[in-house]
Design a protein around this ligand. Structure first.
Ligand SMILES: [Zn+2]
Ligand SMILES: [Zn+2]
Length: 148
């Protein structure tokens, strides 16, 4: 497990060492929430634990799916997010693990809204113009795990 903390160290969390997937989202919600494309790792929700004073913000995503984000109530660092569409998965921003894992995106969604400078990384397995379906994203995760 990796143990990490938010900027003010008021919230700490633990995550497994190996993410299921390296993931990018270029949607308009992410533009506002994360100031640009979201880059993060996918983990099983049951293997992620957060402790400390956090708040959870829930909203209806542009794609029609519900979404929730855990953030530190004092420094505002956004930590875990969970899409209702893919139940049981939690996203953790790549920046928390920059020293441990090299971020190499496998899947991107809402590519139709991406900044052109982001280009197309060689590591990409799938690119969806809008949201990837649960089945297709699950298939990529399975294929990734089969490679190991
Ligand atoms: Zn904090
Ligand atoms: Zn997004």
């Amino acid at each position: 497990m990796y143990s990490k903390k938010c900027f003010c160290e008021g919230v700490s969390f633990e995550i497994p060492k190996k993410p299921l997937l390296h993931f990018m989202c270029h949607c308009k919600d992410c533009d506002l929430l994360w100031n640009g494309a979201y880059m993060g790792y996918v983990f099983p929700t049951e293997e992620v634990t957060l402790t400390g004073t956090k708040k959870t913000f829930k909203f209806d995503g542009g794609s029609g799916m519900k979404f929730e984000v855990d953030f530190c109530s004092s420094c505002g660092t956004k930590i875990a997010s969970r899409p209702e569409l893919v139940d049981g998965l939690t996203y953790i921003p790549a920046g928390f693990l920059k020293e441990e894992i090299e971020f190499t995106p496998h899947v991107e969604i809402f590519a139709s809204n991406k900044y052109s400078w982001t280009g197309t990384p060689e590591s990409l397995h799938e690119s969806f113009d809008h949201n990837g379906t649960v089945e297709r994203i699950s298939a990529v995760i399975e294929a990734m795990n089969a490679e190991d």
